[in-house]
Design a protein around this ligand. Structure first.
Ligand SMILES: *Cc1c(COP(=O)(O)O)cnc(C)c1O
Length: 461
């Protein structure tokens, strides 16, 4: 019997044909791409699970909204629509649209980290870590220990370790910490949710030392759906009420709207403090554009205003999170380990377990991503030592807590049959796992290297 699949709560109105290459062709394509999946052209990918970021399918309402875009430089109607919806959803008085999540980080983090040495988070996403470092500070992760064992089934593996947070703050000195960041869901730990109880506790610890709390809200709606299912207090609450409860815990938030707001481009900054918001607006004008468009086209702002509401729909989220659970269940049957239980936006395959003979400095998760492409034209990515990069002080290769190959599922794009192809590919790879070789880096930039680095397979090809 097949695992449960919650059918799509929509029908398809427009389709995009995709190409299927032969295995021989794909072997050549990935070689030509220097074994970096970011260098593949999208036409050569059959199922693109590189990211769920900006890759979702918009609804008819959003496409209609595109035509309603107000492209005025100042005072555009669409911005007011975004701000009104965001205020209502998040309960924040001050909202600044920007063009994506890292733009929000670039504008806000230097304000919070001004003359401070550290940011602490349950886990920093890679661009968040980069912007903490670019602001001259260090990013420290403080996730609960169960997150680090992919085989432990727990409801909230994305949680902050609040006891350790308190210890860390005292050890580092509260004066040196600019912000405590709660990432929901915890992307780097496998799209794992954070409980509201845990967020409240983090708030308490931060308050004790007068440190502001920021939510990295890329997947806050998926997080709210998990909270409703798994946290007794919220069993009968609406997702809207749960999102509000989550955001009460924060002074600031950044959001990549390319995730849960189902738009191809967009971001938000939320700010309770008026003085800080004035700084946000000034920096936004320098880096993003005037405050009433924030680096966005009017049409994209309108799609975002609508997407914020659609992304919070419970039927949609049941189907969406159901897709991960379905794929996870297929892998369970095949004995393929992944960060369990299934996360909200992706399955994070445990490449360390599938390819135990490849050490972290030969990038097992990257090796698996390459095999998935060769096997079935599936594009996944490394969330492991390859992505983590080198220590900014010593320049040595860092050892990541995980070696994940992430299969991120775009919203409203792929069907049950596509997920079956993905599971079948992994099962085939598992059969020949012991023959798969690691990789070495030939060329790399100093930050966010995984996007542009060039690699070479080790041993005989
Ligand atoms: C995607 C993401 C970001 C960065 O957002 P972009 O829109 O890609 O710039 C930040 N934090 C988390 C948790 C994310 O998933």
């Amino acid at each position: 019997m097949k695992p449960t699949y919650y059918p799509e709560p929509f029908r398809i109105k427009s389709v995009e044909p995709i190409k299927m290459l032969t295995k021989m062709q794909r072997k050549q394509k990935i070689k030509d791409a220097d074994y970096n999946v970011f260098n593949l052209v999208s036409e050569d990918v059959y199922i693109d699970l590189l990211t769920d970021s900006g890759t979702g399918a918009m609804s008819t309402a959003q496409w209609a909204g595109i035509m309603e875009g107000d492209e005025s430089y100042a005072g555009a109607r669409c911005t007011r629509h975004v701000v009104a919806n965001a205020r209502e959803i998040f309960g924040f008085p001050n909202i600044q649209p920007v063009h994506q999540g890292r733009a929000a980080e670039k504008v806000l983090l230097p304000i919070l980290l001004n003359n401070k040495k550290y940011a602490i988070s349950n886990m920093h996403f890679d661009t968040t870590r980069a912007h903490v470092e670019l602001a001259g500070a260090r990013a420290v992760d403080c996730v609960v220990p169960e997150a680090l064992d992919t085989s432990i089934i727990a409801d909230f593996k994305g949680n902050m370790d609040n006891v350790r947070l308190d210890e860390l703050i005292r050890k580092i000195d509260p004066q040196n910490i600019g912000v405590v960041i709660i990432t929901v869901t915890n992307n780097s730990a496998g799209g794992q949710p954070v409980s509201v109880a845990n967020m409240r506790e983090t708030r308490k610890v931060a308050d004790k030392y007068g440190i502001p709390v920021m939510i990295d809200a890329a997947r806050c709606f998926e997080n709210a759906f998990f909270v409703k299912r798994r946290e007794t207090e919220f069993k009968n609450k609406s997702l809207a009420a749960i999102v509000k409860e989550m955001f009460v815990c924060a002074d600031y938030f950044t959001m990549s709207c390319k995730k849960d707001a189902i738009v191809n481009m967009g971001g938000l900054i939320g700010c309770r403090d008026k003085a800080a918001f004035e700084l946000v607006k000034q920096r936004c004008i320098s880096y993003e554009g005037f405050i009433t468009y924030g680096g966005m086209s009017g049409r994209d702002l309108e799609a975002l205003a609508i997407g914020l509401k659609e992304g919070m729909d419970e039927d949609f989220l049941r189907y969406r999170i159901g897709q991960m659970e379905y794929l996870g269940a297929l892998l369970d049957k095949a004995g393929i380990a992944y960060q369990s239980p299934a996360g909200g936006h992706a399955i994070f395959v445990d490449a360390k377990k599938l390819l135990p003979h490849i050490p972290y400095y030969e990038f097992p998760a990257q090796a698996l991503a390459i095999e998935l492409y060769v096997e079935a034209g599936i594009r996944a990515c490394d969330i492991g030592s390859y992505m983590l990069g080198n220590d900014p002080d010593t320049k040595e290769q860092l050892k990541a807590d995980f070696e994940f190959t992430r299969l991120a599922v775009p919203r409203r794009v792929y069907t049950q049959a596509h997920l079956d192809v993905v599971a079948a590919a992994l099962i085939n790879i598992k059969k020949r796992a012991s023959k798969i070789k690691g990789y070495e880096i030939v060329e790399e930039p100093p930050v966010l290297r995984h996007f542009t680095a060039k690699l070479r397979p080790l041993g005989k090809e």
